[in-house]
Design a protein around this ligand. Structure first.
Ligand SMILES: Cc1cc2nc3c(=O)[nH]c(=O)nc-3n(C[C@H](O)[C@H](O)[C@H](O)COP(=O)(O)O)c2cc1C
Length: 188
């Protein structure tokens, strides 16, 4: 049976990472998708597409206010949640258990059920509130993956950079991939 992964897109810059992740996960795992209202507008702004285009890449789509969705209950099993990108607002809500929407609720479930929670927070610079929230969540077992590209593999274009970030997420999801060139200087 395919792994079930919940992908949440929130209103931070870098929604292109979410688009690429959805493209790569398609046919690999079963994807449930939630997109916040702010993210819907940023998808249009940054990608020049309607957010519904991303819906087509998922197996299931749920509105962020749909607490009657299967995702709202811990009894519904999933393998992992990825919040990509993760706004500082959503980060704060997750860190404080303030489940006023489905995205935060599903992250809350991942924490309480000890399932994989992967967050790609996007802000710069970071203030102490952001840092404290990240530390709190890391201590609770969440995996904090700010989308910071590496340059040791000499990326040639934006696709190379995006694939590096998405490939590292796939590593954490334990999905084999060759999306980026791994560091193997010793092996030549
Ligand atoms: C174009 C644009 C870019 C934004 N980028 C960020 C960002 O990188 N990080 C962030 O924390 N908030 C960013 N925001 C602000 C959030 O969208 C805002 O705080 C929103 O309330 C987040 O809600 P959500 O987490 O429910 O999506 C951005 C807003 C806009 C319009």
């Amino acid at each position: 049976m395919k792994k079930k992964v919940v992908v949440c897109i929130t209103g931070a810059s870098g929604v292109i990472y979410a688009k690429r992740l959805l493209e790569v996960l398609k046919n690999n795992v079963n994807v449930s998708l939630i997109i916040s209202n702010s993210a819907k507008k940023i998808i249009t702004e940054e990608l020049n597409i309607d957010w519904r285009e991303l819906k087509k890449l998922a197996d299931n789509y749920y509105e962020n206010n749909d607490f009657f969705s299967p995702l709202a209950s811990g009894s519904n099993k999933f393998y992992a949640v990825v919040v990509i990108p993760c706004s500082m607002k959503t980060l704060s809500a997750i860190a404080n258990g303030y489940s006023s929407n489905l995205i935060v609720r599903v992250c809350d479930i991942a924490l309480k059920e000890r399932r994989k929670l992967i967050l790609l927070p996007r802000e710069m610079p970071l203030n102490s509130i952001h840092l404290e929230n990240m530390l709190k969540l890391s201590n609770l077992g969440a995996i904090i993956m700010p989308p910071c590209p590496a340059f040791y593999y000499k990326p040639k274009n934006l696709d190379d950079i995006i694939n590096f970030i998405v490939g590292r997420i796939l590593d954490i999801l334990e999905i084999e991939n060759n999306l980026f060139k791994r560091w193997n200087k010793e092996e030549g």
